[in-house]
Design a protein around this ligand. Structure first.
Ligand SMILES: C[S@@+](CC[C@H](N)C(=O)[O-])C[C@H]1O[C@@H](n2cnc3c(N)ncnc32)[C@H](O)[C@@H]1O
Length: 266
């Protein structure tokens, strides 16, 4: 199982759902009574669900470190998406965000979601193969594309699942009601916050790429291709830092997420 740090989750979810929550409308949050957020991590989605509804929202995850952080926002229960520790029909909405892309058997998890839901099941999942980066450092977009391709190639689960989650729901026997797209756009521009400065330093030192080395090498990337990519990557990182020093650096990343909602057949 892939592990996620608290820092990674709060960094990659920064600003998510702050600009618009329209894509969450099919979840009918205002009329829900009991909501379960599976694979809640640090509770990034759980707190949005709690803000948008009067329901009891419960977060559930296998990772106790992340659950501790989520516990600051909603009540939490440790549990596995394939075998949830709840009786049948315990919730009227079971939802996950960026969980299915990390599971080897997403349809089995959705089947389990349907067991514990009396009404709706929803998934908010990205298409990580369609992420785009626009940067004032000319080489950044292309190098990020190369690194992402190599990383995704080394991962065994379907990281592009977001756009096709409908099929997963149908395999699990759900009636699909709707799919909506939400583009999560993260922008870096002056004045730079501490997090952006740390990210730039990690580019210049190659630390971020080194964290993913093993995954990249388990795909088609060779060691020498990795070394070459890392060297170009570090140079790009130094350019980012230079541009930051003169307040010229700007970067926009767009991750397309898809909200798929299904109804449990009675
Ligand atoms: C990419 S994170 C997403 C976290 C959160 N939903 C968010 O959007 O920020 C994936 C989460 O799924 C959890 N996870 C992975 N496999 C799981 C499983 N079998 N059952 C429950 N949680 C799982 C991980 O611990 C991690 O917290």
């Amino acid at each position: 199982m892939r592990e996620f740090s608290e820092d990674y989750l709060s960094r990659t979810r920064q600003g998510m759902w702050d600009d618009s929550r329209e894509a969450l409308a099919p979840l009918e949050l205002e009329s829900r009574e009991r909501i379960l957020d599976v694979g809640c991590g640090t509770g990034e989605l759980s707190r949005v669900l709690a803000a948008e509804s009067e329901a009891d929202v419960i977060g559930c995850d296998v990772d106790p470190r992340l659950l501790e952080a989520a516990g600051d926002h909603v009540p939490v229960v440790a549990g596995d998406a394939y075998q949830l520790p709840f009786p049948d029909d315990a919730f009227d909405l079971v939802v996950c965000q960026a969980l299915l892309i990390n599971l080897p058997e997403p349809a089995a998890a959705i089947t389990e979601f349907a067991r514990v839901s009396s009404d709706l099941v929803a998934a908010v999942e990205p298409n990580n193969a369609a992420v785009s980066v626009d940067s004032s450092v000319e080489t950044e977009g292309d190098l990020e594309r190369q690194a992402r391709r190599a990383y995704l190639d080394g991962i065994e689960t379907d990281v592009a699942l977001g756009a096709d989650a409908r099929e997963t729901f149908e395999t699990a026997g759900l009636e699909v009601l709707e799919t909506r797209q939400y583009d999560h756009v993260r922008t870096i521009e002056p004045p730079y916050d501490e997090r952006s400065v740390v990210a730039a330093r990690r580019k210049a030192s190659g630390a971020g790429l080194a964290d993913d080395r093993e995954t990249m090498l388990s795909g088609e990337l060779t060691e020498s291709e990795y070394d070459e990519l890392r060297s170009d990557w570090r140079e790009m990182g130094r350019d980012v830092i230079d541009q930051m020093a003169s307040r010229e650096y700007e970067r926009e990343e767009c991750v397309p997420f898809f909200v798929t909602v299904g109804r449990v057949r009675s």
